[in-house]
Design a protein around this ligand. Structure first.
Ligand code: PMP
Length: 413
């Protein structure tokens, strides 16, 4: 018999499976609220106008080096710009404090946010050797997969309180305070927590940072929605910068994705930044060397097509401004669709309180629908979402929101 006949069951990713079921459903008015991708009011993908402009420029420039290998660590200019974007440095005026702060950070280019999470997890598993990694319950399911692949025992903190439909701050602090051990890693969502759409308040973030310091935990920020969540790059980076600027200095890291905020999903653009507590160039050098060792063994270097686009937008003022308008367009449409859905549910007098739809932020709403209701939405109404009841709001449009509201109304009655 085959050497692989006794493989463990490893069913494919639920989100992509639901998306497949949606794709093959012939119903003309089917709606997908499954995949976390931006769609226009016509339900179409949206290559950002700022991205398109750069693509045309790059094509016209016809640089003969454009398909050459780059360094193992990636494009250094791209890395500086993306570091500045998340940590809040201004590329031009550079104070002494800012110079020193930059010297704390080792950066490498990755295969998008997933690759940044993986490279970071593997690096920490090998060199920090945490006893556990703490992941929110619920979380982006891939966090569990990524940390299990690198062999670090996983624990969860009780992020979501389904009764109050809010962040369970007290339960989270309690369990970390009583059970987390020095050197443990804690995975934190920088903004727009996936799947709940609920983030800690500023006061709660401050308390979490204090707890990490007190217990000696290593914060691992996953940042997949900077600028996409609120429309403001600084607001969405607030928690990362709080930890980064904390005194005494903490060591921490950030996995940065450009899938959503540049609409470059399939291009796989990302970065991993590891922050040290000193500003020793020798330590940074060692960190980069060891990250490069992992990268070389796994995929040699991140792809350069998408990262060149991001670099050009971040380095040219006019393009950067245009991109910021694109971010506002995307985040505003999502906010408008949240309001529209809530409004329709109110008009229909749908049982229950649905205010959370507008109180949550970012790509997703954790609707509170049960598994049975989610299945009924699909079977009776051809409206698709994942089993947890997480709805990707950008699948809503002005022309399908009433249909979706009626479908929800039907399955909850
Ligand atoms: N982390 C979180 C929390 C996410 O939601 C996503 C996107 N679904 C990612 C990381 C990374 O996605 P990508 O690899 O496409 O950048």
């Amino acid at each position: 018999s085959s050497a692989f006949a006794k493989l463990p069951d490893a069913a494919g990713d639920e989100i992509f499976a639901v998306n497949h079921a949606f794709t093959i459903d012939p119903h003309p008015q089917k709606v997908s609220l499954a995949l976390g991708v931006y769609r226009t009011n016509e339900g179409k993908p949206w290559p950002l106008p700022s991205v398109r402009k750069v693509e045309e420029k790059l094509f016209a420039e016809n640089d003969i080096n454009r398909h050459e290998y780059q360094a193992i660590e990636g494009d250094k200019v791209f890395l500086k710009l993306t570091r500045d974007l998340i940590f809040g440095f201004n590329g031009r005026t550079e104070s002494l404090a800012e110079k020193q702060a930059k010297r704390r950070i080792a950066s490498v280019q990755t295969v998008s946010g997933t690759g940044a999470n993986h490279v970071g997890a593997l690096f920490l598993a090998q060199h920090l050797k945490p006893k556990h990694v703490w992941i929110s319950n619920p979380s982006w399911p891939n966090h569990q997969t990524i940390w299990s692949l690198v062999g670090v025992p996983r624990k969860t903190y009780p992020y979501f309180n389904s009764r109050t439909r809010s962040f369970d701050f007290c339960a989270t602090i309690d369990i970390l305070d009583s059970e987390a051990q020095e050197g443990d890693v804690i995975v934190l969502h920088a903004c727009s927590h996936n799947p709940t759409g609920i983030d800690p308040t500023m006061e709660q973030w401050i308390a979490i940072a204090d707890l990490c310091e007190k217990k000696g935990l290593f914060p691992f920020f996953d940042c997949a929605y900077q600028g996409f969540a609120s429309g403001c790059l600084d607001e969405d980076a607030w928690a990362v910068r709080l930890f980064f600027n904390k005194q005494p200095r903490m060591e921490m890291c950030v996995a940065q994705s450009f899938s959503k905020n540049f609409g470059l999903y399939g291009q796989r653009v990302g970065a991993f930044h590891l922050v040290t507590n000193g500003d020793s160039a020798a330590v940074i050098d060692l960190v980069v060397q060891n990250l490069c060792h992992i990268i070389r063994g796994e995929y040699t270097m991140a792809p350069r097509g998408g990262s060149t686009i991001v670099r050009r937008i971040l380095e040219e003022d006019a393009l950067r401004k245009e991109w910021q308008r694109d971010l506002i367009e995307m985040s505003s449409r999502i906010k408008a669709m949240r309001r529209a859905l809530l409004n329709e549910l109110r008009i229909l007098n749908t049982p229950g309180n649905w205010d959370h739809i507008i109180n949550q932020s970012g790509m997703f709403s954790y609707t509170g629908l049960t598994l049975k209701q989610v299945l009924a939405l699909k079977d009776r109404h051809h409206v698709y979402m994942v089993k947890s009841g997480r709805a990707s709001i950008s699948g809503l449009t002005e022309s399908n929101v009433l249909r979706v509201a009626r479908a929800i109304d039907d399955v909850v009655r």
